[in-house]
Design a protein around this ligand. Structure first.
Ligand SMILES: [Zn+2]
Length: 357
């Protein structure tokens, strides 16, 4: 395969530099006979969708072929690394395909009977069995385990935690001992202190975050992936929940406070990353919408861009455009930090050192 040569301002940063790509890796010293494919503009480490579901469609689990098409849609929008935040099907065959984004799998969602969307997760009958279920998913996934932290409790008519604080502490320790990080779906307030104090690594959605919990997350370095474009669906969820007025009112209130919550988390220094929650109610390929939503919620443009690129890559254990890094990058004519709409039309998409768009 011919080596590639690119010249541009390498983000994050302001220096125009030359990069070469050979054998799927970035080189910073000249490679002979390289073909120049980008000459000028801006070079960005590929987008990261930090909360994505390859393998889930609007009707629930999909077949592998449909899951591959979802991953292609993400790739064509420039998303080259996905943290798959829970998938009901085994997507490991997609990790073998060099033309698809890299996928970090969290295994299956861990929930309790009737306490999550049907057919997606593993239902743990006896909540005391959570640590065992976590051990199983830690072994099956790629270093992440996904819990459902709260969901509507139909007897109570409102959101409620699925797990006791004690069992969470034990389960998170099991994951950490196995070398895995843990994250949880949480909409409401009540589940959050137990999860954060148990040492969870990340919170998904986090609409119920209060200033006290935000301060504790900042102190611990607990990440937040708010999935703002999914929170936009809360009024719809509320409107359909006519049988559960308290839940409906709660969801509407969480929605109304979401922007302020993200802005408070950013201000407090919580690491915030861009995740779309693509799969069920959200179409794949919308990472730029989420980066833009983070900016609208108060993240400076460059920080919002990093939340969907270099910062998220670092968090997931991948480097930016440095010597020896994976050659997963995007090229733009104009500076996306000055205008995030630039992100919607990459001039080049390079994945594993190959031009894919
Ligand atoms: Zn999700």
């Amino acid at each position: 395969m011919t080596a590639l040569h690119l010249r541009g301002v390498v983000l994050p940063g302001d220096d125009e530099r030359d990069l070469w790509v050979v054998n799927g890796r970035i080189r910073t010293t000249p490679v002979p006979n390289a073909e120049t494919v980008v000459d000028g503009g801006y070079l960005l480490p590929g987008f990261v969708d930090a909360h994505c579901h390859v393998g889930i469609g609007p009707e629930g689990p999909v077949d592998l072929e449909t899951a591959a098409a979802q991953a292609e849609t993400d790739r064509d929008a420039g998303t080259l690394l996905l943290r798959d935040c829970g998938a009901p099907i085994d997507t490991r065959p997609l990790q073998e395909r060099l033309d698809l984004p890299r996928i970090v799998r969290a295994g299956r969602h861990i929930a309790r009977p009737k306490r999550y969307l049907p057919h997606l997760g593993i239902d743990v009958g006896d909540p005391e069995q959570l640590p065992a279920a976590v051990a199983e998913q830690a072994a099956y996934g790629d270093g992440w385990v996904k819990l459902v932290g709260d969901w509507i409790d139909r007897d109570r008519g409102d959101l409620a935690p699925l797990w006791s604080d004690d069992v969470l502490a034990e389960a998170i320790k099991v994951a950490h001992d196995a070398g895995a990080r843990v994250t949880a779906h949480v909409f409401g307030e009540d589940a959050l202190p137990g999860l954060v104090n148990a040492g969870i690594d990340c919170v998904e959605h986090g609409t119920g975050l209060t200033d006290g919990v935000i301060a504790e997350m900042a102190r611990r370095g607990t990440a937040l992936v708010p999935t703002l474009i999914n929170i936009e669906n809360f009024p719809d969820i509320a409107a359909k929940a006519t049988k559960y007025p308290a839940y409906a009112a709660h969801m509407a209130d969480l929605h109304a406070r979401a922007g302020a919550m993200v802005s408070a988390a950013v201000e407090a220094g919580v690491p915030v990353y861009a995740g779309t929650d693509a799969g069920g109610g959200i179409a794949h390929g919308r990472i730029v919408d989420e980066i833009t939503a983070l900016h609208r919620a108060g993240m400076p443009a460059e920080e919002a861009l990093g939340a969907g690129s270099w910062a998220a890559r670092g968090w997931l254990g991948w480097s930016g455009l440095e010597e020896g890094s994976a050659a997963d990058l995007l090229a733009f004519d104009d500076d996306p930090r000055k205008d995030l709409t630039v992100l919607r039309a990459p001039r080049r998409i390079i994945l594993r050192g190959r031009i894919v768009g």
